[in-house]
Design a binder for this molecule. Structure first.
Ligand code: GRG
Length: 292
């Protein structure tokens, strides 16, 4: 099976699972409609797929991992809802549709993000077929990578850097925290379904961080070179908001080279630990080749 076929199949299966999570009940019906609007509104499902693919690399079947994979997508969707709001990036378009606050209003969008964020942890706390210590570690990793020492800090630094000259240290902090840590968590959580050696766990962490960094470099590049209709979000937004990005700091050509080198380091980390992971290697290539 080609990697694009693999990604298509699992994108669909993750979406099917997510459709079963929230029933749109009264009296908070609008809240659940808003949560489902963003959770079920497309997207690559990269974070859940990375979680499933990592577990599969160590022989764990996807069915066991799906609740954790779904929790990762909930965190991601919450971050997109909040990121699009007028107080942050002020975007009208996401995944080819109107952003959450444009459809439901700001108050409901804020609550929909809050609902997804907190339910992700409820979901990850439900019984899973792993020893309690490993499940607790999954919860800790998700909190730490997405919280004020992770994604939220990255978003804050990203906002602070707008309109500033900035340097590579600041940009690295933004990319590592805003984007790479949640992607890293997806791989680490997938790995925690298996019993790994310290070396294997370390290699997965390193792979996850590097893949996450490459993903954001490509995201910066696509904002310059991409097409709004393919991206499903407004191209050129970074320049408009005067964001600190790789192309702004070092140009497109050098940015592309660094993205390639970063994926090579990710794959190298797996190979050094003798992890046979063709799937994860191909997902690395997909991160470089993607158009949206
Ligand atoms: C607590 C107010 C508050 C904010 C939380 C909003 C936020 C912190 C962080 C946002 C982080 C963010 C939006 C990072 C960008 C990461 C990124 C490249 C998103 C796009 O991911 P894709 O391409 O999207 O995987 P799809 O649509 O395919 O799922």
């Amino acid at each position: 099976m080609s990697i694009s076929e693999y990604l298509r199949i699992w994108r669909e299966r993750v979406s099917n699972y997510l459709e079963t999570v929230f029933v749109e009940n009264e009296p908070a019906k609008t809240l659940f409609q808003a949560m489902n609007y963003s959770l079920l509104g497309g997207g690559k499902r990269l974070r859940p797929i990375l979680c499933l693919a990592t577990a599969r690399t160590f022989g764990i079947v996807e069915e066991q991992v799906m609740p954790a994979a779904a929790a990762l997508e909930m965190i991601h969707c919450y971050s997109l809802i909040h990121d699009d709001m007028p107080e942050m990036d002020n975007d009208d378009l996401r995944r080819g549709r109107l952003t959450n606050h444009k459809v439901f209003g700001q108050a409901t969008a804020l609550l929909a993000g809050d609902g997804l964020l907190t339910y992700a942890f409820e979901q990850l706390s439900k019984p899973l077929p792993v020893p309690p210590a490993r499940q607790l570690e999954m919860i800790r990793i998700l909190a730490s990578r997405s919280g004020c020492f992770g994604m939220v800090a990255g978003q804050a630094a990203d906002m602070n850097a707008q309109g500033q000259t900035g340097d590579m240290d600041v940009l690295s902090f933004i990319h590592t925290n805003k984007t790479a840590k949640l992607i890293q968590a997806s791989i680490e959580i997938g790995g925690l379904f298996a019993e790994l050696t310290e070396e294997q766990a370390g290699a997965l962490s390193a792979y996850g961080l590097e893949i996450g960094l490459a993903f954001q470099i490509i995201d910066d590049i696509l904002d310059v070179e991409g097409d709004t209709s393919i991206l499903g979000k407004r191209a050129g937004a970074d320049e408009e908001l005067d964001k600190l990005t790789y192309p702004k700091l070092i140009g497109l050509k050098e940015s592309k080279k660094i993205a390639r080198d970063t994926v090579a380091r990710a794959v190298g980390a797996l190979q050094s630990a003798k992890i046979n992971a063709p799937l994860l290697e191909e997902i690395g290539q997909f991160v470089l080749d993607r158009h949206n």
